[in-house]
Write a protein that binds this ligand. Structure first.
Ligand code: PLP
Length: 355
């Protein structure tokens, strides 16, 4: 497929203060778009000036939530080069999400090439400030003008990009997490393993309840027994119990995080005992009581590693590592961000050069 390029004639001013970028509020000069129809398949791939899209109010995505997305980042190294982190994994996962949401699959290799072109065109938007990066949001929506409750016959694939500030502008502060026992995020057989907007809409209520009580995220339990740990907010979760590092097994209700996968590989390379298995909240309470719960942290593209300093389950409050970041969490954070920013050797061959 050919990639058409229409450059913007009016480039925007770039943010002067890269320390106050926030997250996802400003967008670069260009975006990628591609259309799907049953007759033509995916076609009309183009890079165009960033701007509003035309959508009929009857478009399927607005009514029945047929949408999937990805989240990734472009990093600028000290030498000025731009890198992506395991981008093939994002496009692979997007196709897995597409399949679950009955959205037609796309050519992953072509999309990666198109993304690289887009990043090159807007290269000046990749922040120069330590810790800041260019957040990349590929997404697909059903666009057929029809209220019929069936899979859309038309789709739009879009990639937008947003320079975003350092997640930990003032140092890594462990977060307080509320164990959610009322609402659930996903069930096996549902859409938990797909990155789709509906999962987020369904999780807002619990997020509100946690926030009212002064907690920043919720720890989700499984949807059937409300017993086994799943994820924390929109991050995967790890616990260090005694000498074992445990993360819940992927069973269809959990998002297969790329940071999760990378963390497991790094931890294994250090010779640690890492296990993907079922982990009950009771086991965590027990470990907290007998002093073997050493560390807990979330993993995801945005924060990379988000240490957990406190967990509240019912009336029981668990203090983890005195509310401070643990040794393994810190070392993992340093290693992952070091690889992403080209500061340490990329032994795993994860970094992709934009050139
Ligand atoms: C995106 C996401 C993650 C983290 O995935 P990464 O690939 O590590 O960024 C975890 N859980 C949910 C629900 C997510 O949407």
């Amino acid at each position: 497929m050919e990639l058409k390029i229409k450059l913007s004639s009016q480039l925007k001013d770039k943010p002067v203060d890269e320390n106050n970028l926030g997250f996802g509020k400003i967008f670069t000069d260009h975006m990628f778009t591609m259309d799907y129809t049953i007759e033509e398949g995916w076609h009309n791939a183009q890079i165009v000036p960033f701007g509003p899209i035309e959508l009929n109010p009857s478009a399927t995505c607005l009514h029945y939530g047929q949408e999937v997305f990805e989240g990734m980042k472009a990093y600028r190294t000290e030498s000025g080069d731009i890198k992506l982190f395991r981008p093939e994994e994002n496009f692979k996962r997007l196709n897995i999400s597409c399949d679950r949401l009955c959205i037609p699959l796309f050519d992953e290799e072509f999309l990666l090439k198109a993304l690289v072109e887009l990043v090159k065109i807007d290269a000046d938007w990749v922040p120069h400030t330590d810790g800041a990066s260019l957040y990349i949001r590929p997404f697909i929506i059903g666009t057929e003008d029809s209220l019929g409750a069936h899979a859309s016959h038309k789709y739009k694939f879009i990639i937008i990009m947003s320079p975003s500030g350092a997640y930990y502008a003032s140092g890594i502060n462990p977060v307080k997490i509320y164990v959610e026992t009322n609402y659930v995020r996903a069930v096996i057989g549902g859409t938990g393993f797909a990155k789709t907007g509906g999962n987020y809409a369904a999780s807002l209520k619990a997020q509100d309840v946690a926030a009212e009580q002064g907690y920043s995220q919720v720890l989700w339990l499984d949807g059937v027994e409300r017993k086994y740990v799943e994820e924390v907010g929109a991050m995967n979760v790890f616990f260090v119990i005694g000498d074992e590092v445990v993360t819940p097994k992927l069973q269809g209700s959990i998002l297969a995080g790329i940071t999760r996968k990378s963390a497991i590989e790094i931890l294994k390379s250090w010779g640690l005992n890492v296990n993907e298995r079922k982990l009950s909240i009771d086991e965590i309470v027990e470990a907290s009581k007998n002093g073997t719960l050493k560390e807990a942290f979330g993993t995801g593209t945005a924060a990379v590693i988000s240490p957990i300093g406190e967990l509240k389950y019912g009336d029981y409050i668990m203090n983890i590592n005195d509310g401070k970041i643990g040794e393994i969490s810190q070392k993992l954070y340093d290693t992952l961000t070091g690889i992403q920013w080209g500061k340490i050797e990329d032994k795993f061959n994860w970094v992709y050069d934009v050139k």
